[in-house]
Ligand binder design. Structure first.
Ligand code: ADP
Ligand code: MG
Length: 387
């Protein structure tokens, strides 16, 4: 490995605020692999996308702010070159000194990235002597920098972050029992395959968040002005009929009531008491207590999707109660995995990140892997570990 250029696909899809990296979690997550490579004398060249610039250069989505953050975290020189497939980047990769890192510009500045263009993949592959994919969060996408490059650059391997994520998710393949899952959040349509799969395998499915509203509506319950995914009502009905005895829906909810012309009030109502001017924004205290009690005895737990609009403190209690129950289950020897960007943010906000077994860094990829057992970015790697 010494002296060789390691072309590393990282996930630096970080939030930016006025041209600065607002949250460096994903950059930090890449450090073990980069240190591993540097210790072996490899010269890392990093590829990543950031946001959705739509296949055109756009300074608002430049990766250059990530270079200085990485340099500080790693304590190494981090050079930057643009565009990612140009002669400047190629020259910089060849001239990279030992101990230095090269980050190239956002791969999504080129239309060939999301189109998985083979010519672009070949140009990117010139930047390295071997390939490492450590971008767990993009393994579910077949793009030039994720599946195109390893198809024409060998050897190719998964990085340490990917390994750690897959080990955690693999623990849910044949979970110890009882195995409990909790689903919430907003987008039932995106998660239907995942739910189907877990409805078959889990002993108990706890449902909250806006997803619960869709299930309640599917059962004919009045949901007022709550967020409901009307296009998913049939799917919700089919899931309910597949797992009727194992699926728990809220029995009470915390609502925002706008019926009283001059203002809004927050109150708790039973699910059959939701009125037309009410929006259900969290699970209620009885539901919280029931869900927490159910979690007390679990051996394995997977959670995706907040139980309510937790960004608003008035509707955060349900989400935090589940986070706390997950931490307690972990302390009691349970294996607990949190998947999903907003769910992870909620657990972070509850201060419980290091009291659960694993928090996935890539929500979409985790859900895709758990639903289908496959990830395009992983399947294409020549030297991957078989689960
Ligand atoms: P994740 O990112 O963990 O996969 P989602 O993206 O599906 O989760 O959903 C998270 C969002 O769902 C949060 O922003 C949260 O505020 C919202 N949400 C949860 N419950 C409700 C609700 N009852 N009404 C409106 N929004 C909700
Ligand atoms: Mg989300």
């Amino acid at each position: 490995m010494a002296g060789k250029r390691a072309l590393v696909r990282v996930d630096y899809n970080v939030p930016l605020d006025a041209g600065r990296v607002a949250d460096a979690t994903r950059i930090e997550a890449s450090l073990p692999t980069l240190r591993w490579l540097l210790e072996r004398g490899s010269r890392p060249v990093l590829l990543s996308h950031l946001g959705r610039p739509g296949g055109r250069p756009n300074p608002a989505f430049s990766l250059s702010p990530a270079a200085s953050v990485l340099s500080d975290l790693l304590g190494a020189d981090v050079l930057f070159a643009a565009p990612c497939d140009g002669e400047d980047a190629l020259g910089a990769s060849r001239e990279l000194a030992a101990g230095q890192v090269l980050l190239v510009e956002n791969t999504r500045f080129l239309p060939g990235e999301t189109a998985n263009d083979a010519a672009l993949a070949r140009r990117l592959a010139r930047l390295g002597d071997f390939f490492v994919n450590d971008a767990f969060g993009t393994l579910h996408r077949a793009h030039a920098s994720t599946t195109g490059v390893p198809a024409c650059l060998s050897p190719s391997a998964a990085g340490l972050l990917v390994e750690r994520e897959l080990e955690a998710l693999g623990g849910l393949d044949r979970p110890r029992r009882p195995f409990i899952v909790a689903f919430g959040g907003a987008k039932i349509g995106d998660k239907i395959d995942l739910m189907r799969r877990f409805v078959e395998r889990a002993d108990l499915i706890l449902v909250g968040g806006a997803m619960a509203n869709t299930f309640l509506r599917a059962r004919g319950v009045e949901t007022g002005v709550s967020l409901v995914e009307d296009g998913a009502l049939d799917l919700a009905r089919s899931i309910l009929s597949a797992g009727e005895q194992r699926i728990r829906l809220p029995i009470d909810v915390t609502v925002l009531d706008r019926s009283d012309g001059d203002g809004e009030t927050v109150e708790v109502v039973a699910v059959d008491g939701i009125e037309p001017a009410m929006a259900a924004l969290d699970i209620g205290p009885e539901t919280r207590a029931r869900y927490a009690e159910a979690l007390r005895g679990c051996a394995a737990f997977f959670w995706n999707g907040p139980m309510g609009l937790f960004e608003d403190p008035r509707f955060a209690a349900g989400t935090f109660a589940i986070a706390e129950a997950a931490a307690e289950a972990t302390a009691a020897g349970g294996f607990t995995v949190i998947g999903g960007g907003d769910s992870a943010a909620a657990v972070r906000r509850a201060g419980l990140l290091d009291r659960v077994s694993h928090v996935c860094t890539g929500g979409g990829a985790a859900l895709a892997y758990l639903s289908s057992g496959r990830l395009p970015g992983l399947d294409v790697l020549a030297h991957r570990r078989h689960p």
